[in-house]
Design a protein around this ligand. Structure first.
Ligand SMILES: CC(C)(COP(=O)(O)OP(=O)(O)OC[C@H]1O[C@@H](n2cnc3c(N)ncnc32)[C@H](O)[C@@H]1OP(=O)(O)O)[C@@H](O)C(=O)NCCC(=O)NCCS
Length: 155
């Protein structure tokens, strides 16, 4: 699996995966906005150059905000999500971020499990943050302290 910068020409494929993988997918406009704002956006492609996953990170002062991470449903549960997250952690370290933060639906236990296994902690809960099938759903705010990670990995 190789990573490269997401381009405008990737958006049809990216939006298609986004719709397959999420109950409340981002729109094409959301992705266009991220590219326009020059957020870091990568796609992860297989040998046939087909997109299998993608991620978008916004740098906010000394923090990295993980805005979107997604793996094509047919490629899930094979270690790609973890690879993408490691790529994001490496990138965040390379720009000297001290913290990676993200919001995840309280019902999205798969993603939470991935973040926890990578060392993320729950920081707080934003009540009724997301629209849900019935009413609204909480967002769990999670963070990975990169300074602390560096400190422990140095021992
Ligand atoms: C969350 C997501 C990115 C994980 O990608 P993936 O390629 O399936 O993940 P991996 O195969 O690398 O698995 C990494 C870890 O995630 C967790 N995980 C993944 N799939 C899981 C499942 N079906 N049930 C429980 N845990 C799961 C496990 O902790 C797993 O580690 P393990 O294999 O050692 O048990 C993927 O499910 C996805 O794209 N979901 C839709 C979009 C989404 O929810 N994005 C996150 C928004 S905050």
């Amino acid at each position: 699996m190789k990573s490269r910068k997401m381009q405008q020409s990737d958006l049809a494929e990216v939006v298609n995966i986004e719709q397959l993988a999420n109950q409340f997918p981002w729109s094409r406009k959301n992705f266009e906005g991220c590219l326009k704002s020059k957020h870091q956006a990568w796609v992860f492609v297989d040998e046939s150059k087909d997109i299998q996953g993608y991620a978008i990170v916004q740098k906010v002062v000394d923090e990295a905000h993980l805005l979107n991470i997604c793996v094509k449903p047919s490629a899930q549960k094979q270690g790609l999500g973890r690879k993408i997250l490691n790529h994001i952690i490496d990138y965040s370290n390379s720009i000297s971020s001290v913290l990676i933060v993200l919001e995840v639906r309280s019902s999205n236990k798969r993603a939470q499990q991935l973040y926890i296994s990578a060392g993320f902690n729950e920081m707080s809960v934003r009540k009724n943050y997301y629209p849900a099938k019935q009413g609204r759903e909480d967002a769990v705010l999670m963070g990975l302290d990169l300074d602390l990670m560096f400190f422990f990995s140095d021992e």
